[in-house]
Design a protein around this ligand. Sequence first.
Ligand SMILES: [Zn+2]
Length: 124
Amino acid sequence: MNKKKMAAFKKILLREKEMLEKQYRDLEQGNLLASQSDFSGEMPFEEEYAASGTSTFERERDLSLSENVKDLLQKVNEALERIENGTYGICEMCGLPIPEERLEALPYANLCISCKQKEEQAMR
Ligand SMILES: [Zn+2]
């Protein structure tokens, strides 16, 4: 992945992190209803990636309660670390590059689609 792409993903992840931290604080304060309503209203990827599917990301996000927000925040932080150490966009299981469409839909993805499917099957 080139530096420009990487920088774009970093920006998205930082924005996502900020949003998740805010949601987490709101949830912690018990403002469940307030944060749920900004949840669906906020579409951070729309501007830059209007054409690509955000459905996986949205679905994962919809499950959210405070635990889930915390979990996502951790994934976003890990993705930011991978950007820093240059392993972002590489599948942690097979070491192959994760397709950019997948990263656009799920910027904190750490596995390629086939490894993710294997992981999900293993959990069943
Ligand atoms: Zn893989």
